[in-house]
Design a protein around this ligand. Sequence first.
Ligand code: SF4
Length: 291
Amino acid sequence: MLQQTQVKTVIPYFKKFTKKYKTLESLSKINESQILKLWEGLGYYRRARNLLASTKLLVKKYNSKLPNTFTEIKKLPGVGDYTANALLGFIYNEPTLAIDGNVKRVFSRYLNKGELKINFEKLILDNKKNLFNTNRNSDFIEALMEFGALICKPKDPKCSQCCLNKSCRYLKSPNKIKTNKRKKIKIMNYNIFCYVNKKKQIALTKENEISFLKNFNLPLMKKMKNNSVNDDWRFLKNYKNSISNLNLNINLYYKFSSKIPKSYTWYSLNNNKEFMPSFTKKIFYQVSTLF
Ligand code: SF4
């Protein structure tokens, strides 16, 4: 849940989630739409799908126990190097580091060397004895992440309070490296076409080929080109929607129709029971103003 998401946003979701599903077995019995409903509003829904798929695999193949090797853990859906290392360290106290953005910045500042110039794997391997010189590897992983988040922060690091300030090259150097990477925002323009009917329903399909909204039920979406739109469609509204590093500029069109193409299904605009990503909810909200 914490991938790309702030702790304060995650806390209520985490509480709700762990209250409802207390064991791997209970979680493994639910289906995708149930987990997505619990995840609704948190975004990056691939995480929920992968979590469910991993849970099912752990119960079925691994007797509900997390494997204890890097290779085996990485076979779980959605688990890459970072998560595999974090799990090995947190759960099995293995001498390993989960290299996230915070940890990279700490090393990079300490050495006053750009992140791209550091081979983190080699750095850890070369300094294994110094890094893992206690039996508290699990605490060390967590401590390093927290250190990056609270002391060696992205902006205004708290160098005067830092336990490394005597040897930190960044602090001493007159040529400090730059560490504040700005997220590149991409602007994209889309036309969205909504079939609606008198029963306050909207037709959605999974057949859109929009990579960042894959597998979601949506109205027809097309990249704006010269924006010549067939007269059948009536313009409803222009609005903006941000998803991750994308800023979407949307022109929303609608058409009242009782007939819809084969791959579409009608959904009530008042539907609150089924999972809907915020992106779709915003479309529902705009289309509801027609009634
Ligand atoms: S002295 Fe400052 S820059 Fe260096 S590691 Fe500590 S907080 Fe980061």
